[in-house]
Design a protein. Structure first.
Length: 219
């Protein structure tokens, strides 16, 4: 299991586009690694298709995308054609699908779903999402069961928040979207907040404490 802030493990694996060294492949960029129980399965096909459609948004955020499934690379290449057909796209598949037939990565990264097994009785991977920063450290992880498809609009929203808060001394409140109001960090003093965020406002609460400080999103 990888904890937030840990260097994400480097690995070499086969994929739909050939062998991959993960750290070399993500050098200088953000990255998302998302796993799937198996190829040629319905929910996974809808998810990969949605990511195909969203690739311009990920590229805009300097974020590389990698899928992973417990099947071999040849199976991935065949499945990717179904995915493109499903989402109405043509040409080359726009991101790699990593092969993990022996479940080595699934076990190492804590992605095994104990309730989902293949025809041989081997456990499948759950729907994990890992967001890795340019420093190769884990910034976010989410685990979904095999029966629940992910919302990739939410993953883009989270990526926006991670990239903003990595550069600016703000936090993002509930349901925040890019361009919305942010919150001044509690670690910033009132005097410093006036200098750093001259347009911020303090919300009044019954306790009288000045901890809810809203500010326009920093440029």
């Amino acid at each position: 299991m990888v904890n937030l802030g840990d260097i994400f493990p480097d690995f070499e694996a086969d994929s739909s586009v050939g062998p991959i060294n993960f750290h070399k492949a993500i050098e200088g960029s953000w990255a998302i690694l998302f796993s799937h129980p198996a190829d040629y399965t319905p929910v996974c096909t809808t998810e990969l298709g949605r990511v195909v459609k969203l690739m311009p948004e990920f590229k805009k955020r300097n974020c590389k995308v990698f899928a992973l499934s417990c099947d071999d690379a040849e199976s991935h290449r065949g499945w990717s054609k179904d995915v493109l057909n499903y989402c109405g796209e043509k040409g080359d598949f726009p991101y790699p699908i990593i092969a993990d037939e022996k479940r080595n990565l699934a076990v190492q990264l804590g992605m095994v779903d104990p309730d989902e097994k293949d025809k041989s009785g081997l456990p499948l991977t759950c729907r994990a999402v890992f967001v890795i920063g340019p420093d190769k450290r884990l910034k976010l992880s989410i685990l979904y069961p095999a029966t629940t498809g992910r919302n990739f609009d939410e993953i883009l929203r989270v990526l926006d928040s991670l990239q903003l808060t990595a550069e600016k001394k703000v936090a993002t409140p509930v349901d925040w979207k890019a361009g919305g109001e942010c919150m001044v960090l509690p670690s910033i003093s009132s005097e410093d907040a006036k200098k750093m965020f001259p347009k911020h406002k303090v919300l009044e609460v019954p306790s009288g404490k000045s901890y809810l400080r809203m500010t326009p999103q920093p440029e």
